[in-house]
Design a protein around this ligand. Structure first.
Ligand SMILES: C[S@@+](CC[C@H](N)C(=O)[O-])C[C@H]1O[C@@H](n2cnc3c(N)ncnc32)[C@H](O)[C@@H]1O
Length: 385
């Protein structure tokens, strides 16, 4: 058992925590961008395979105290690297360093690399190669003040890259953020999922993947843990087979509807959905969001409109946000409307009072997921003052 740290985009950690605990772990928050737990390398495999909102899974090798780079070197040369890295292998180092003696984190990486290389050279007369390629063992150094923690990054290329989104429209959402948005709505996999302004389809594709129980690991072959010296391919194959299978022909699937006004973007979204293996479950259509045909029954309607990052764009978007409010009132009774936006002033133009406000980040932009319960019949939506 070892410490495992699962990282994510800022503000997603409470959602990630739920995901991890739903897999049967007892994890805890470690700030806005990470969740920590105890587990084995097999647990790290399982987390890599299943998590929808995580970026990477770090498995701790050792920890210690180092006031400066020489002490880091001494700490690191004592570790049994030969148990983890093949002497003919390859490794790379990433780091987070906040230590007063270190001005350039590349120097910390270099001293750690020297310690590993020197240990191999002294004991075996040869050493693994190292560099910036992402083709071998990935190490992560976390050094804050005097506290050093060294991890293997078991993931490699971020889990946010599922592999299906080869084609994007304007301002596509990261797959992990799209999953976090969906997991923050009331959608539970049984009610309709409607995604006007779908762009490259990230939201609707992530929702369909959830509904059929297809995990990110079903779409991915390569993880950095496969380059570790003690990696056992047949154990991994067995573990992978033991994970849940997607339901290929699920009964009673709700409707998935995705529309966009841009006729060039819908074929891209369709091809992305095809690559993700969910195209047969989604009805795509070129249409203005106001003309989206909504099925009867409960559902969520999730929109990610542009939010005017450039000068002058904001003003032009006011009528769109006003029209989203009208669309919710006139066509979405009995459903819950959601807007994901980075512009709170524009969100006010919707003219409805949100019942839910969830803080999320899109890159460096503070965003909100605003939820509007559109009651049917007598319980009317209150207008914003
Ligand atoms: C920010 S992008 C959505 C990105 C999407 N979430 C993704 O992951 O690719 C906004 C989308 O709204 C679409 N759009 C803009 N005005 C529209 C309208 N009146 N009706 C429908 N779609 C519209 C644009 O074509 C664009 O694809």
């Amino acid at each position: 058992m070892s410490n495992i740290v699962v990282t994510c985009a800022p503000k997603i950690s409470p959602i990630l925590l739920n995901e991890i605990n739903d897999l049967g772990y007892q994890a805890e928050l470690s700030g806005e961008k990470a969740v920590k737990l105890e587990g084995s390398m097999h647990d790290a495999w399982k987390l890599n395979f299943h998590l929808r909102t995580a970026n990477r899974v770090l498995f701790q090798l050792f920890e210690g105290v180092a006031k400066n780079a020489d002490e880091l070197y001494k700490l690191a040369i004592a570790f049994r690297w030969e148990d983890w890295i093949d002497k003919k292998g390859y490794f790379g180092i990433d780091s987070f360093v906040q230590n007063p003696t270190i001005k350039d984190l590349r120097f910390a990486n270099l001293r750690l690399k020297d310690a590993i290389a020197d240990r191999f050279s002294q004991r075996f007369g040869m050493r693994p190669d190292s560099g910036n390629e992402k083709t071998g063992v990935a190490l992560f150094l976390h050094w804050q003040e005097e506290e050093v923690k060294v991890y293997v990054d078991t993931t490699g290329e971020s889990l946010s890259k599922r592999g299906y989104r080869e084609e994007a429209g304007r301002a596509p959402l990261q797959e992990t953020l799209a999953a976090a948005i969906i997991l923050s709505t009331q959608w539970d996999g049984t009610i309709h999922f409607i995604n006007p302004m779908c762009g490259s389809g990230t939201l609707v594709i992530e929702a369909a993947l959830m509904a059929i129980g297809k995990y990110p690991g079903h779409l991915r072959e390569e993880y950095a843990f496969m380059h570790l010296k003690n990696f056992n391919q047949s154990e991994w194959n067995r573990a992978r087979r033991s994970y849940a299978k997607p339901k290929n022909k699920p009964d009673n699937l709700p409707k998935f509807i995705a529309t966009d006004i841009n006729k060039h973007v819908i074929p891209k979204a369709e091809r992305n959905a095809f690559r993700a293996g969910v195209n047969e479950f989604i009805d795509f259509e070129v249409s203005d969001f106001r003309q989206t045909q909504l099925p009867d029954g409960k559902g969520v309607v999730v929109l990610n409109p542009e939010y005017g990052e450039r000068m002058g764009e904001e003003e032009q978007l006011v009528p769109i946000y006003e029209a989203i409010g009208d669309f919710f009132k006139q066509k979405c009774a009995g459903k819950t409307g959601y807007i994901f936006t980075g512009n709170l002033d524009l969100a006010k133009s919707v003219g409805l009072k949100p019942n839910q406000k969830t803080h999320l980040m899109n890159g460096k932009i503070e965003c909100r997921l605003l939820g509007y319960e559109m009651y049917e019949g007598s319980r009317k939506q209150k207008h914003q003052d």
